[in-house]
Design a protein around this ligand. Structure first.
Ligand SMILES: Cc1ncc(COP(=O)(O)O)c(C=O)c1O
Length: 326
């Protein structure tokens, strides 16, 4: 297959332009920009929406808080007001109560960030009415709204709701191509024409401007055509893992699986913290991520098939048995 390429910095890459248009349409927004990573989408969106000293309202579990190296403070000079949530989702009332009244003392509340689905919330899906009411309330309060939509397609496939409906009322949103969609690189950030014009300024500043991106964006277009519906398979495999872990003594609780993320709380009775359990599982050929001291996370994706899930479950059984012998 030959791929048409050109210099994306001058909007001369037809394949990249096709992807931009497709993602903008998917979100119901005017324009979009291709970027190397999701973190860069978030950081550019924050840079465009805020001024130094401004405050961002988001869930404590947000990726922009726990996994982007404090970039919002370093790159944009912003601060955050976090909402404590059960699984990364919050209400319009929480936004209203955190929005600071205009004063010459207080920082200016400027931006609300939603994350669909919530990574640290174990793949929890924002219900449509909840995310729309948060976005519309934020708009009424004069705040901009950005969606970290790394896994918004997982939400859409799980519920049947359109991505554009989840994004309604948002000023910017992006999707990742490297997660369930299986590409080696890439994310696309969408917004109004003015927003994307500004986003290009920060894309260059942050070192994200590229050249013949067609070789990358062709893969993203392929993924949109071939890897979206199959996200449902990831969801059912995650459910299978959830069911298997329910009775496992290694865990005291498994968060209800809604999409492709399984978050399990390590049982105090097993006498290990999350990192120690991660090491034990690695010795049984299972790679998991420790999240904090007491939780481990597993994600199903394109490269995890039914046989891998069976092996994973068997390894948990062996690890559980080995614990009994310790
Ligand atoms: C919710 C969420 N946002 C942002 C990111 C960052 O994406 P990237 O790894 O492409 O920078 C991730 C990555 O796991 C994520 O889960």
């Amino acid at each position: 297959m030959s791929v048409q390429t050109g210099d994306e910095r001058h909007h001369q890459c037809p394949t990249t332009n096709q992807l931009r248009e497709r993602v903008a349409d998917m979100f119901g927004m005017e324009d979009a920009v291709f970027l190397p990573s999701g973190s860069m989408c978030n950081q550019i969106a924050i840079a465009v929406h805020t001024k130094p000293g401004d405050e961002i309202i988001c869930a404590r579990e947000s990726h922009i808080i726990f996994a982007e190296c404090g970039g919002l403070a370093k790159l944009s000079g912003t601060m955050v007001s976090v909402i404590d949530t059960e699984r990364g989702l919050f209400s319009a009332d929480a936004v209203t109560s955190l929005r600071r009244p205009l004063s010459s003392f207080a920082p200016r509340s400027r931006l609300v960030v939603t994350e669909q689905t919530s990574n640290l919330g174990g793949g929890a899906i924002w219900p449509l009415d909840q995310i729309q009411s948060v976005a519309h309330t934020a708009q009424e309060l004069g705040l901009s709204v950005h969606m970290d939509g790394a896994r918004v397609l997982n939400a859409s496939v799980a519920t049947g709701a359109a991505v554009s409906d989840y994004a309604a009322g948002h000023d910017s949103a992006w999707i990742a191509f490297t997660k369930g969609l299986g590409c080696p690189v890439g994310a696309v950030l969408a917004g109004s024409r003015d927003f994307i014009r500004e986003a290009w300024h920060f894309k260059r500043m942050f070192g994200g401007a590229m050249r013949q991106t067609g070789v990358l964006t062709a893969m993203c277009l392929y993924a949109l055509d071939h890897h979206v519906e199959r996200l449902a398979e990831d969801h059912s495999r995650a459910k299978r893992i959830e069911a298997a872990l329910q009775g496992c003594r290694l865990f005291s609780r498994v968060l209800p699986v809604e999409t492709n993320i399984v978050l399990a709380e390590v049982s105090p009775e097993c006498g290990l913290d999350a990192m120690e359990l991660k090491v034990l599982l690695a010795s049984h050929n299972v790679k998991v991520m420790a999240v904090g001291n007491h939780r481990i996370r597993m994600i199903t994706h394109l490269d995890v098939d039914d046989v891998s899930v069976s092996r994973l479950i068997e390894s948990f059984e062996v690890a559980e048995a080995s614990l009994g012998r310790r």
